[in-house]
Design a protein around this ligand. Sequence first.
Ligand SMILES: O=C(O)C(=O)C[C@H](O)[C@H](O)COP(=O)(O)O
Length: 207
Amino acid sequence: MTTYTAAQVMTATPVVPVIVVDNVEQAVNLGKALVAGGVPVLEVTLRTDAALEAITALRKEVPDAIVGAGTVCSRAQYIQAVEAGSQFIISPGLTPDLLAVGKEYDIPYLPAVATISDILLGLEYGYDHFKFFPAEVNGGVKALKAFSGPMPHIRFCPTGGINEKNYKDYLALESVLCVGGSWIVPTDLVQAGNWDEITELAKSVQQ
Ligand SMILES: O=C(O)C(=O)C[C@H](O)[C@H](O)COP(=O)(O)O
């Protein structure tokens, strides 16, 4: 099994799709559609009962994807996500327990920060790659520029409120390796099984 670094996951695609899946078949079809469109990194959120099974199935059925778990909010969820086969883990925030469990496994963990104090806490545990969430309501591009004053070496995946109109503003920052978002996996297209259109959306995102 290939183990990536956080930087490798974050530079494998300019956009990490934040995925919500209802069942395994839908997840596999969605994963194939995204990979076909040049977006290999898949963040499967643990918001549905199907999520863990979907991660396991994606690892098996879509070998070109880099499959991770999102919305990981506790140590127990972290371990379940690793056991399901996740190649990276993302949280919407951070806690001392999450930062500690992330160091117990080899795969990359992106805790989310919203403030300099969050970044300082993450640094204490040895993290320097973070999700920035929710990006737009926490100051967006301006906040990231301000963070980079005292913290020029920190790298981010901003997520939350990012879309086709503003993602390039984020990617233009040196501190931003990728952005996260749901806009390339719209619920209506996923529910309708409109995989070709999702492939086209994936193709439309550029560095
Ligand atoms: O569940 C998580 O762990 C999250 O981080 C939330 C997601 O990242 C946002 O729901 C995506 O934000 P939008 O692209 O604005 O829809």
